[in-house]
Design a protein around this ligand. Structure first.
Ligand SMILES: [Zn+2]
Length: 237
């Protein structure tokens, strides 16, 4: 059973769920959905729990920021010639050409869209999106296979990858043993793609963002923080 509590810290309110357990020490976990779970020994008084949470408030806020910064922010697209689109971290310009054919291809720094009706931007959007989806499937699957191989025997049951459009996440690990990846991730540099994939796969070994999780992530990818920072710059630029 989880009880809900709240502390005030600076100008913030930090809400958290409190779960009692047989463990001897108190543990605080911040989940990717920004919720906070505190597991405490049965005999620890609520006032002591509140005091401990207050003491860790800065850390909790930092963890929450970590997850909220993970959220992709895509500018609205109009699918007109000249518009900039990103692929694997590089910028490409859209060139919409009216011809008696339907095709999308990448040439040089351009994404060429051939379509019988240039003015039909809804159709141009569908064409470009389906091109992205095809390439996302291929590119993310490759990163996923490589990271899975590197984790090797640590993965008792290697998870399966699924592409999912998530408005607020690059990736997500599901407890049913799958990894969801946002196809938008293919707009990010390859090093950032590998970071998100590795991060999610490490959850198949350690579900929460505890010390064991970060130890494993660091072992698999010593420069993960740099990659993460780069991903944030890309997502917000
Ligand atoms: Zn995570």
């Amino acid at each position: 059973m989880t009880q809900n509590h709240e502390i005030k810290f600076g100008g913030w309110r930090i809400g958290f769920g409190l779960r009692r357990s047989n463990r001897r020490t108190l543990a605080i976990t911040v989940r990717p959905d920004l919720s906070v779970l505190v597991t405490a020994p049965r005999k620890t008084a609520v006032e002591i729990v509140l005091a401990k949470v207050r003491k860790r408030a800065v850390w909790i806020r930092r963890q929450q920021r970590f997850f909220s910064e993970f959220l992709p922010q895509t500018p609205p697209r109009r699918y007109l010639s000249g518009e900039t689109h990103r692929y694997l971290g590089r910028q490409y310009r859209l060139k919409v050409v009216e011809v008696d054919a339907t095709e999308v291809k990448m040439r040089g720094r351009f994404i060429w869209v051939h379509t019988p009706r240039k003015a039909d931007t809804a159709r141009v959007r569908r064409l470009v999106q389906s091109w992205y989806l095809t390439h996302a499937k291929e590119r993310l699957a490759r990163s996923f296979a490589e990271s899975t191989a590197r984790l090797g025997a640590r993965l008792a049951n290697p998870p399966r990858m699924q592409l999912r459009r998530m408005p607020k996440r690059w990736g997500s690990w599901t407890r049913r043993g799958g990894v969801w990846l946002n196809p938008e991730l293919v707009t990010a540099p390859a090093s950032c793609i590998d970071y998100v994939v590795t991060h999610e796969l490490c959850h198949a070994v350690h579900g929460h963002h505890g010390k064991k999780f970060y130890d494993l992530l660091r072992r698999m990818m010593p420069d993960w923080e740099m990659r993460k920072a780069r991903l944030e710059r890309v997502a917000n630029g």
